[in-house]
Design a protein around this ligand. Structure first.
Ligand code: DSN
Length: 418
């Protein structure tokens, strides 16, 4: 029986997909949590595995026909364990949020106390935001960054840990530009007898490529997404010490998820193999070099970098010294018009709401995948500065958009097409 789309193609959806392909490849993608994944990863994501149900784990499935699925999931598990040196891996979480919630479910009880970095100082919704299930179900206490150097305030965090005796400490960030050394987190967790969870959603590719310290030897649990610096498909993953393996697996399935997305798990396996390739180390180092160069160039253009700069793939830019009237919301809209995609972001203790903000977050994973280096970063900083200075001038913005497109055409994300 033919599929309806065989004879009546869905031009509506596919025309929109084509527009999105053009948007992604003709503009600068500077969202720190995005990347261009490889054609091989996309191929696996769009593969025949989308047809298959496979609740359970390799060798212990509820449905038949999982012989090849078992091999694929086992491959993903063994590759990711090798990549990070982990004792146990669960590759089924649909996302980073699902991974984090499964960890809390598996290792804690509702109402337990957890320490997490506050959202407006660079943490994540699932690190205890009152708007998120993590903050609704668990007693999160937030630590933050210092007012002076805008780096994690470990003295205050230790005081909070001694005062609240958390069951778990969550280390991990979404908009924090500095190294996250595992040792101080581990020391405080050990002092108060707390479990240590590291959420390296943003940093996974840098850790895999050796450009950032690996928390796996220190932490009870490490969670991450596979689609950011790691450059895989959209999805999540949990690594743990062997002693937590059964609790983690039970919390993912049947605790919080049903059928795993085996097409995405196949794509994760492909991405893990790519990250094991020696060239990935070069890529990870280049992301960091590009971020440093971009931060320096933005400073020269008059922007203030939160914490003064970056050690990783991203920077948070405080727009106020550049132009007190230019909010993050306005900057995001203007830069969109100029073909530069980034996101508004609060700065620490931002007087403006998260819908308006005083800053933007900028990341270099995507432009680095395109092959840009330190040479191109001052150009990008200049596009951003000029667009924001001339934000009322439509022809100036159109001109910058063309310059952006010209730059991107010299660095195609997919030189062999898609
Ligand atoms: N949305 C992700 C980010 O942009 O950092 C976090 O989940």
């Amino acid at each position: 029986m033919p599929f309806p789309s065989d004879t009546n193609p869905d031009n509506e959806v596919f025309a929109l997909l084509e527009k999105e392909r053009i948007r992604q490849t003709s503009g600068l993608q500077l969202i720190a949590s995005e990347n261009f994944t490889s054609p091989a990863v996309m191929h696996a994501t769009g593969s025949i595995l989308t047809n298959k149900y496979s609740e359970g784990y390799p060798g212990k499935r509820y449905y038949g026909g999982n012989v090849h699925v078992d091999d694929i999931e086992s491959l993903a598990i063994s590759r990711v364990k090798q990549l990070f040196g982990a004792e146990h891996a669960n590759v089924q979480p649909h996302s980073g949020a699902s991974a984090n919630m499964a960890v809390y479910l598996g290792l804690l009880k509702p109402g337990d106390t957890i320490l997490g970095l506050s959202l407006d100082h660079g943490g994540h919704l699932t690190h205890g935001s009152p708007a998120n299930a993590s903050g609704i179900l668990y007693n999160f206490v937030s630590y933050g960054v210092t007012k002076g150097d805008e780096r994690i305030d470990f003295d205050h965090m230790r005081e909070l840990a001694l005062q609240h005796r958390p069951k778990m400490i969550v280390a991990g960030t979404t908009s924090y530009s500095r190294r996250l050394d595992p040792e101080p987190f581990k020391a405080i967790a050990d002092e108060v007898g707390a479990l240590l969870m590291f959420d390296i959603a943003h940093l996974a590719g840098l850790v895999a490529g050796g450009a950032h310290p690996n928390p796996v030897p220190y932490a009870d649990i490490v969670t991450f997404t596979t689609h950011k610096t790691l450059r895989g498909p959209r999805g999540g993953c949990i690594l743990s010490k062997a002693q937590h393996a059964a609790a983690v697996d039970k919390a993912v399935f049947p605790g919080s998820q049903g059928g795993p997305l085996e097409h995405v798990i196949a794509a994760k396996a492909v991405a893990f193999r790519e990250a094991l390739d020696p060239s990935f180390k070069v890529y990870a180092q280049q992301i960091v070099k590009n971020a440093s160069a971009l931060a320096e160039a933005l400073s020269k253009e008059g922007f203030r970098l939160v914490s003064g700069g970056t050690d990783n793939h991203l920077m948070v830019v405080d727009l106020r010294p550049f132009d007190a009237e230019c909010t993050g919301k306005v900057a995001q809209l203007v830069l969109d018009e100029a073909g530069i995609t980034l996101n508004k972001n609060t700065v620490p203790d931002d007087p403006r709401s998260p819908f308006v903000t005083s800053g933007v977050r900028i990341g270099t994973p995507s432009v680095t995948t395109q092959g840009m280096t330190e040479t191109e970063m001052p150009l990008i900083a200049n596009f951003i500065a000029r667009a924001l200075r001339h934000r009322e001038d439509a022809s100036a913005i159109a001109g910058i958009r063309q310059e952006v497109a010209d730059l991107c055409s010299r660095f195609p994300a997919y030189p062999n097409g898609l």
